[in-house]
Design a protein around this ligand. Structure first.
Ligand code: DX5
Ligand code: ZN
Length: 227
């Protein structure tokens, strides 16, 4: 499977979201949208109305990462609106199977996210219900934080787990991913890369995405899990 690049608009200019999406439209695979509610994480960003507006202004598939309480209640709405991927946090779900199925039934891909301190092994039996596992490589809530190397062993275990189940589930990393960390992530098993400050903190966001993709592809080509 090919490397997927998902720039995060958390580090973009929120007053110019359509332009910021356009800046990476030719080189990104998805646009990562961080939804935060002041409850699940200590930050507040954007919700469904902004996602609906953005959908009208970009052809990039939206990768909605819901860092909210009660995702069981709100997730399907993002799928119904037209998000391509909807990712919900294991720590906040009450009924994971029902909610993941609702996301898929509404036409989106279903993602399951875990925080740095949350194990992935308890979710192995849920793999048939998900299209992507998101391993947070920072505590969720803010862009620009330092990458947590302690997540790398879990990423290797998650890759082995996914491969045992046929290898079709994407493994996404989010948080502190940049040119000094992306190769380690690819080597450990990630194939979907979210990058916020490394892309939108750059003078040339498109060139930053392309440079990160090259690094990820090179590391993936060498990675033991691919052979
Ligand atoms: C953080 C968000 C990330 C954020 C990453 O909670 O989930 O998507 O945009 O930002 P960087 O890449 O700057 O760490
Ligand atoms: Zn995110």
């Amino acid at each position: 499977m090919a490397v997927q690049m998902a720039p995060s608009i958390l580090s973009a200019d929120f007053a110019r979201l359509a332009d910021e999406a356009a800046a990476v439209a030719a080189v990104a695979d998805w646009l990562h949208v961080d939804v935060m509610d002041y409850h699940f994480v200590p930050n507040l960003t954007i919700g469904l109305p902004v996602v609906e507006a953005l959908l009208k202004h970009t052809a990039l598939p939206l990768d909605c990462h819901l860092m909210i309480s009660e995702p069981d209640r709100w997730a399907a709405g993002y799928a119904e609106a037209g998000a391509r991927n909807v990712t919900v946090h294991a720590e906040a779900l009450q009924s994971p199977v029902r909610t993941l199925r609702l996301i898929r039934a509404a036409g989106a891909r279903a993602g399951l996210a875990v925080n740095p301190a949350t194990a992935v092994e308890p979710y192995e039996d849920l793999l048939p219900e998900v299209d992507m596992l998101l391993l947070m490589t920072v505590e969720p809530g803010f862009g620009g934080q330092s990458f947590l190397d302690i997540v790398l062993p879990k990423l290797r275990r998650a890759r082995a787990m996914v491969q045992r189940h046929g290898g079709s589930v994407w493994l996404q990393v989010d948080g502190g991913v940049g040119d000094d960390t992306i190769q380690r992530c690819a080597d450990a098993g990630a194939d979907v890369f979210v990058a916020g400050s490394a892309v939108y903190g750059s003078d040339n966001p498109a060139a930053a995405v392309q440079a990160l993709r090259r690094q990820a592809e090179q590391a993936t080509g060498r990675a033991a899990w691919r052979h």
